[in-house]
Design a protein around this ligand. Structure first.
Ligand SMILES: *Cc1c(COP(=O)(O)O)cnc(C)c1O
Length: 228
């Protein structure tokens, strides 16, 4: 087996164990391919991965051209002037982090006559350098988003403060799940909770994530990375 196959098996086993532990099913995985070369992405597709995540528009575009048939997720900070390159190309934008971006997405989706699916990024810890809606603003943001007919809010996303010990992230995951459980989108479905990365995805699943974003654990960046 290739090293990617071995790593993928390992991640899948750990996901299943964490899900079983907390009796959750239907946990999906976005394989984060930033800096990963297309040859490796081809191998990942052959191994059955279907959903891929990128955090930069200019890096994602050529990859989407090579692999248009898989699902692409935008997971990085999105500038409003890049919205036209994202709407219509990505299945889901995980990082709706401010109202101006919501309006820009609405406008572009209208122009393209499509719907755009998003997750609201929540800044739970109030970290200044990170984007995101604060928990106290969330209800108003959701309500306001119902006025954007082309923008479909499908859930929440969070990146807790980095800690070497995943147990320290657990309270953030738990609080996110509490927020997720109580927020309602009038007429819509809040069904996705995107949280958990390579170093903490098990804790995230145990606390209620149903979509995780895993990069470095799958892709050996030192070996595979392509120069930008
Ligand atoms: C890079 C990235 C990930 C994946 O992180 P790893 O630690 O490599 O698993 C997940 N989410 C976002 C938003 C990222 O930028």
């Amino acid at each position: 087996m290739s090293s990617l196959a071995v790593r993928l098996n390992d991640v899948r086993m750990r996901m299943a164990r964490a899900a079983q532990h907390s009796r959750r099913d239907g946990v999906g995985m976005v394989a984060v391919t930033k800096t990963v070369a297309t040859g490796i992405i081809a191998e990942a597709i052959a191994l059955g991965l279907t959903d891929f995540g990128e955090n930069r528009v200019h890096e994602a575009r050529p990859k989407i051209e090579v692999f248009p048939a898989v699902e692409w997720h935008f997971i990085g900070r999105l500038q409003t002037n890049k919205v036209k390159d994202v709407v219509g190309r990505f299945k889901l934008i995980h990082s709706l982090d401010r109202w101006r971006l919501a309006e820009a997405l609405q406008q572009e989706a209208q122009a393209q006559n499509v719907q755009v699916s998003v997750l609201i990024q929540v800044n739970l810890a109030g970290e200044g350098q990170k984007g995101g809606i604060s928990p106290v603003e969330l209800d108003d943001f959701l309500l306001a988003a119902t006025d954007l007919p082309r923008v479909r809010v499908e859930g929440l996303m969070a990146i807790p403060p980095y800690t070497a010990d995943p147990e320290e992230a657990r309270p953030y995951f738990r609080e996110m799940f509490r927020l997720f459980s109580k927020c309602r989108m009038p007429g819509g479905a809040m069904k996705l909770l995107s949280m958990g990365m390579s170093n903490d995805f098990e804790a995230a699943i145990e606390e209620g994530a149903n979509l995780i974003r895993v990069g470095s654990l799958l892709f050996d960046r030192e070996k595979y990375s392509q120069e930008e």
